[in-house]
Design a protein around this ligand. Structure first.
Ligand SMILES: [Zn+2]
Ligand SMILES: [Zn+2]
Ligand SMILES: [Zn+2]
Length: 154
């Protein structure tokens, strides 16, 4: 991963990078989309469309349907602004909207905290193994369930 300037964004810088990315895709950064992104980024752990609808409803002071949130999350995933954590059936904000990786997630079964790592050598190995089994894996899902450092030590 030394071939490019791999940047993990946080806070304000993450919102800016996400907005720029979406705009480059020819999509508008609407107020509603901004609210959904804020809520998603604010969770700090995988959040369901329902969790996010709740947070956005609270923030905007009016009811937002989980269905509309779901459509926006879908758009975000397609535009590399968010990733789906399959084993948690939930979403996280992608900290690197500028570059594509097969994000690897480590999910704590106790507290739900999720660590996001990018290791193209590892995911490349999964692709290669799939390939030698005659299987094409455009999007390998690598998720590890276990116990995070905080839960382990308490
Ligand atoms: Zn990168
Ligand atoms: Zn990643
Ligand atoms: Zn934990």
């Amino acid at each position: 991963m030394t071939q490019h300037d791999h940047q993990l964004h946080e806070g304000e810088s993450l919102t800016t990078a996400a907005r720029e990315r979406l705009t480059k895709e020819g999509e508008q950064w609407t107020e509603m989309r901004a609210s959904v992104f804020d809520a998603l980024a604010g969770f700090g752990r995988p959040a369901s469309a329902y969790d996010i609808a709740e947070a956005v409803s609270k923030a905007r002071g009016k009811r937002v349907a989980a269905n509309s949130v779901y459509r926006i999350l879908d758009l975000f995933v397609g535009a590399n602004l968010a990733r789906r954590v399959e084993s948690a059936n939930a979403y996280v904000a992608n900290q690197h909207p500028d570059c594509l990786h097969d994000c690897i997630f480590l999910i704590c079964d106790t507290c739900g905290q999720t660590v996001h790592i990018d290791d193209d050598t590892l995911s490349g190995g999964v692709r290669d193994a799939a390939k030698s089994a005659g299987f094409s894996a455009p999007r390998p899902v690598i998720e590890v369930r276990g116990t995070c450092g905080d839960c382990e030590s308490s």
